[in-house]
Design a protein around this ligand. Sequence first.
Ligand SMILES: C[S@@+](CC[C@H](N)C(=O)[O-])C[C@H]1O[C@@H](n2cnc3c(N)ncnc32)[C@H](O)[C@@H]1O
Length: 337
Amino acid sequence: MDALVSIRVQPSCARSLGVSPPQTRFEPSAKPLFRHFPLRSTAIRPAAASTEKLRASVIMEAGGFDYEGRKFKSAEEMWTEEIGKEGDVHKRKEWYRQGLGYWEGVEATTNGVLGGYAHVNDADIKGSEAFLKMLLAECFPGGGRDRDLVALDCGSGIGRVTKNLLIRFFSEVDLLEPVSRFLEAARQSLVPESGTAIENKATNFFCVPLQEFTPDVGRYDVIWIQWCIDHLADDDFVSFFMRAKAGLKPGGLFVLKENIATSGFALDEEDRSITRSDTYFKELFHRCGLHIFKSKDQRGLPEELFAVKMYALTPDAPKRVHNTRAKAQANRPGIIK
Ligand SMILES: C[S@@+](CC[C@H](N)C(=O)[O-])C[C@H]1O[C@@H](n2cnc3c(N)ncnc32)[C@H](O)[C@@H]1O
């Protein structure tokens, strides 16, 4: 059975799969994944018309904070400080190295990848399942049951989302995760030696970060990105989605599930992540040429946590429905051939 499971390590990943990085820092509940952050409303709302210029200014002018209480006037100011100006390769590398370093010190369990909040797993999966079912019903004939659907689980960690959700709805699921120890844990739980129930559905295991990944053209019906895009700088966010669009089949979708800041952004220096507001995300989607097909708030999470939102995104522009014409046509008698 193992022979059918290919583990593909992209060359950009320094670590090889079977070799775990040094595990010097195991902190089972090191940092809650979701931290309530006292965000004040510093975002400047665009005035009436949403011109390109206005849209661009939303991000530039939305202020934010870090967990030490440091205030940034704008995202631009924060990114210049964190990853430097364009061409400052060293600072950017350092941002990603420290982000990964954080996760390399976390235990490979549900509690580990959920920052000590293992108990939110059920509510999270339930919310995701309802959202996914609705998308499958609306986007794929027969809810996708008559097709061999393929998904990609990005920043998969130990494969929690794949195992609890995606594997039940897709014929094949690929996993992408830069921490080799997490990916190996995912492989072990999804591809058991004896190989029965979920055998061979988890197909490829990519040990690579999102900012270095390019999917095979037209492979995926759904690309699922949960609780990991917060590690990407804005420009890498945009270029990831631009590359990943080519990985979607016609009619395919991205599902992005992420923490949402009340306004502006919250920077976490410890794991090198940024929690963005809904407005901030929408501006980035616009820059990626993506449209929101559906969005939904995740319910049932503890109050102290950030709000969590699910976005279904499509590269296809929404179809214009000419209501009057459609109605007029519907009222016409049908032609009997
Ligand atoms: C909070 S965990 C979420 C894991 C999984 N998505 C889940 O919901 O169970 C964040 C994951 O993002 C991964 N990650 C960190 N930086 C990343 C990057 N640049 N590209 C892709 N994944 C990254 C971490 O290694 C970790 O597995």
